[in-house]
Design a protein around this ligand. Structure first.
Ligand SMILES: C[S@@+](CC[C@H](N)C(=O)[O-])C[C@H]1O[C@@H](n2cnc3c(N)ncnc32)[C@H](O)[C@@H]1O
Ligand SMILES: [Zn+2]
Length: 324
């Protein structure tokens, strides 16, 4: 017996979630999902499900994901993951999430609201709950739809951010935290975000600037604060800035240097814990200095049909300490 969740069923039936091959509406026939597009292969071959409830909404012609591997492993991640098990410890030693929690509040305030229905927020790369993002799942006036390239207890479906199985102009808010460094073509993902957001919809992104390679072969890109804003140039700026600053970066470097020297992750963690006071540097230097040396950057923006951005605007946007 298949068991699609009520949330998923609603968003399949209201046309928000669409066919990954042709973007036509999907239909549910006896708990199986088919495409309504007459000539589409998914009009006769059902959309595959993981654990009988998580649809794989992937166009396998346009991704490095493998259908066979997803089905054979029950939607397992390509790399080993600890999920949210060590979140408490990570928060104490590697970096606070106070900026993210503040930004989440601003994001939730900025998401369009309706009298008679909930707003829909899409989380891209939501296999684990991001640092400081837990409040999103508790917000009363939004439906959270979350996906990743693997199945987890936090995901409603599997998809690739490069080709969203989502109708144009259908989503009120998008949250993409610590993901854009792991996609091969960030510009393509951001263009998809722009396509599926409603006019007036908002996007929030957090992306590393000075962080070591993580997730092994699946880590490709870093952004300065200005580079990140440029990536989202088609969106009207609501807010942008750095996450944690030079002190946090210093602490991460201590950990990695000791890890490299001792070849022991445990020793590295122990030594870095003893050095956790260096994070104080985040608060001792100016914000503009932290912008140029940050661990990561964020952008909150709105899809606004009247927004215009010329390349010259990125020069005046610069917020770092090398301003004239
Ligand atoms: C560093 S983790 C961040 C997870 C979570 N957002 C957080 O903040 O803790 C990066 C996530 O991006 C996901 N990811 C990588 N490539 C992706 C893609 N093409 N589309 C969607 N998600 C992707 C990974 O599977 C992983 O869950
Ligand atoms: Zn189709």
């Amino acid at each position: 017996m298949k068991s699609l969740s009520p949330l998923l069923t609603e968003h399949l039936q209201n046309g928000t979630l669409v066919c990954p091959l042709c973007l036509s509406p999907l239909k549910i026939v006896d708990e199986s999902i088919f495409c309504s597009g007459g000539t589409c292969p998914h009009s006769t071959t059902e959309i595959p499900l993981i654990q009988k409830k998580i649809p794989i909404l992937v166009n396998f012609n346009e991704t490095i994901l493998s259908k066979e591997a997803l089905l054979a492993t029950g939607g397992e991640s390509l790399i080993p993951r600890s999920g949210n098990k060590y979140d408490g410890i990570k928060k104490i030693f590697w970096g606070g999430d106070s900026k993210t929690r503040k930004n989440l509040a601003q994001f939730l305030t900025s998401v369009p609201k309706y009298d008679n229905k909930k707003a829909t927020v899409l989380i891209i790369g939501g296999g684990a709950v991001g640092n400081g993002a837990a409040g999103m799942y508790a917000a009363k006036d939004i439906d959270v739809l979350s996906f990743d390239i693997y199945a987890s207890s936090n995901t409603d479906f599997i998809a690739d951010g490069h080709s969203l199985p989502i109708a144009d102009n259908s989503i009120d808010g998008i949250w993409i935290q610590a993901v854009l460094e792991h996609v091969m073509y960030p510009q393509r993902v951001v263009a998809e975000i722009h396509r599926v957001l409603k006019p007036g919809g908002v996007v929030y992104a957090e992306t590393p600037f000075q962080q070591h390679v993580h997730e092994g072969p699946y880590d490709f890109t870093r952004f300065t604060e200005s580079g990140h804003r440029l990536l989202f140039k088609d969106f009207k700026l609501l807010d942008s800035g750095f996450l944690t600053g030079i002190g946090t970066v210093l602490l991460w470097n201590v950990r990695y240097a000791v890890w490299g020297l001792t070849r022991s992750k445990k020793v590295a963690i122990a030594v870095a814990m003893a050095f956790s006071w260096v994070r104080l540097f985040d608060h001792l230097v100016s914000d503009s200095f932290n912008v140029d040396t940050a661990s990561g950057v964020y952008f909150l923006g709105k899809k606004d049909p009247n927004h215009q951005f010329s390349d010259k605007d990125i020069i005046t946007h610069y917020k770092g300490f090398q301003r004239k």
